[in-house]
Write a protein that binds this ligand. Sequence first.
Ligand code: PXL
Length: 284
Amino acid sequence: MSTPVVALSIAGSDSGGGAGVQADLKTFAAHRVFGTCALSAVTAQNTLEVRGVVALDPEFVVAQIEAVLDDFGPRAVKTGMLASGATVAAVARLAERGELPRLVVDPVLVSSTGHRLVDEAGIDAYRTLLLPHALVATPNLREAAVLTGRRLEDLATTEAMVEAARELRALGTGTVVVKGGHLHLASGRDAAPSPDVVVGEGEPVVLPGERVATRNDHGTGCSLSAAIAANLALGIPALDAIRAAKGYVARALAGAADWRLGGGHGPIDHFGWEARGGDRSPSP
Ligand code: PXL
């Protein structure tokens, strides 16, 4: 008899399969972790745009989470798109009661195509209710700017990123990762590298990252936080879990750099298909 390691994703559905719950379940599987999920919302979207969002009732989000918790014993939980302040608050109540182990909060505010993925009340709810219960939080630069009341351009250096991470950590989060993937937007330099800044108990750590030249970057944030949760579920300590997750996403980005899937921001190579060689598209 054996029991697989289980993780839970609380996030939105991406019909394009590259982000949201679909990215999370693929990432969990790539880590050999059994994935479960509670949907917060359903989006109609492809690689070009989000065409519509239907948020589910917070009570029904909680019903899904409780159904999983009562039967599966997940070792780690991640949140992605939560859609409304009411759902952020409902998830936070479970976290406060200690029911969401090794909680990774990806404070998803806006899609890369510019569509809002949480209502206005959600921003404050993240700050005051949910982030205080997170073991790890993974804001990108834009999210860190909004959550700390800064402008994106004010986060163009690693020093400024560390300051923002410290401020967020003061809310109660164990370890804050401010992701540098948007540094080229903050600094106005095309070839800017994309280091992430990690602020936990000890000295701040800068994880270097080379920018992968590709349009296929949809779902990188979702996949990073899911990979962190998978590694935590496997018993790996936070900083090592974050480092390994960054490596996983870098490989998945590099693998899909030349994929042609959709006309916009395509998905990443979650399973390392490309590294295993070859073009699997049918011959014309
Ligand atoms: O990348 C943030 C994100 C999270 N969740 C869902 C999304 C997106 C971005 O498009 O669609 C469902």
